[in-house]
Design a binder for this molecule. Structure first.
Ligand code: FE2
Ligand code: FE2
Length: 385
């Protein structure tokens, strides 16, 4: 392994990258591109991007620009369940369907949704980076045969631009998160927690956010940011002394007070990064602040550091708290052995309401199969205890 790089160096390189960008949201940029396309090709009524998660081999909605009708939001499925998209990914080539109702069997909720919304033809373009599938770009029209060759050629140019916008935006946020996450992992390594904990809890948080999306009006951007920022909840632990962080067994009162300082230290780290590196304009950056500052607050006001209660706790912190506590229950820590998944589900369900937000707990329970899949997929390679 290379010599470790300090989190400050990582954050600085993330910032150099970030400072070159103007932070308007991907959605706003997509709308801009869509408007320009519209001037030339008025039949193109919808533009949408879905992202691919190579770890879980799943596809999820990310951003869209739709002229009229509803948007497909907070939807995800295994790529293998949509053979037509799998084929596009494998060939790396765009596909035109001139008559959707004749060409596709409604093999997925996505296809059924398109037909239901009245779309009749489409162009699907894979978004690749370094030969890896990053996602798909969809152009849809309510008119049949809206994609003759000259239109396709023009749209593929726009598609390239959109692919760059998405890649660049993801790269920026991922670099920022990568730097912070590395710092967080240093802390977790000392803490005998591992990267696998962060992998799991961030994905549990995304599952919960997705389930809450319809009732809470959460955008795909929000869900994606919950996922990216969740892993940073404990960045402040890097400031906790080894003697406390590594102490086997329970902490005494004074030690617990020092441990609890990790929240305030995490907030300081997040603030410093946001200010020093001009990240204040990054959409949803407030979510990072909220997750770091409020992930130990509890619904009945018994949490710390501010004793916030109920909806005074930001929703993203309620989501992350549920994901974090669940993973802590299901896994071994320096002071406890791992519980069985059954016991962890029972306990988290008891905590719903008084301690944790009832809908986030219900979401986790509703998606038990998916949660178990994440649990199995992201296990520590080397368990020390
Ligand atoms: Fe924490
Ligand atoms: Fe944690």
């Amino acid at each position: 392994m290379d010599a470790p790089v300090s989190w400050q160096e990582f954050a600085a390189s993330a910032a150099r990258q970030a400072s070159n960008l103007h932070f308007s949201s991907v959605a706003a940029k997509m709308r801009g591109v869509h408007e320009r396309i519209h001037e030339r090709h008025p039949l193109i009524e919808r533009l949408a991007v879905a992202l691919y998660d190579p770890d879980l081999k799943r596809l999820r909605t990310f951003v869209d620009s739709t002229d009229s009708g509803t948007s497909l939001r907070a939807y995800e499925c295994p790529l293998a369940d949509v053979p037509s998209l799998l084929a596009i990914a494998q060939s790396g080539k765009a596909r035109v369907l001139n008559d959707l109702s004749a060409a596709i069997s409604p093999d997925s909720p996505h296809s059924r949704w398109l037909l239901h919304e009245g779309y009749r033809s489409s162009l699907t373009v894979p978004i690749m980076r370094n030969e890896q599938l990053l996602g798909f770009l969809f152009f849809d029209s309510r008119t049949r045969d809206a994609f003759p060759d000259d239109v396709v050629a023009d749209l593929l140019l726009s598609g390239h631009l959109i692919g760059m916008i998405v890649t660049q935006e993801l790269a920026t946020v991922q670099m920022l998160v990568g730097g912070l996450r590395l710092a967080s992992q240093f802390a977790h390594v000392r803490d005998l927690e591992t990267g696998a904990h962060l992998d799991r809890m961030a994905r549990y948080a995304r599952v919960i956010a997705r389930e809450l999306a319809p009732a809470h009006g959460l955008s795909d951007d929000y869900i994606e940011n919950v996922f990216l920022f969740a892993a940073l909840h404990d960045i402040g632990k890097i400031g906790v002394p080894d003697s406390i962080l590594l102490k086997p067994g329970r902490l005494d009162d004074a030690e617990r007070d020092v441990m609890r300082e990790h929240v305030a230290m995490g907030v300081q780290m997040a603030e410093r990064l946001i200010n020093d590196f001009s990240l204040a304009g990054l959409e949803n950056i407030g979510m990072l602040r909220n997750i770091v500052s409020a992930h130990h607050e509890r619904m009945d006001g018994s949490g710390y550091p501010n004793g916030l209660a109920g909806e005074a706790i930001p929703l993203e912190a309620r989501i992350v708290a549920t994901a974090d506590v669940f993973d802590a229950l299901a896994c071994a820590r320096s002071y406890k052995t791992a519980w069985t998944l059954d016991n962890a589900f029972d306990e988290i369900s008891r905590m719903g309401g008084a301690k944790l937000y009832a809908p986030t707990v219900a979401a986790l329970l509703d998606c038990r199969e998916e949660v178990e899949e994440i649990y199995r997929r992201f296990q520590d390679d080397t368990r020390t205890h």
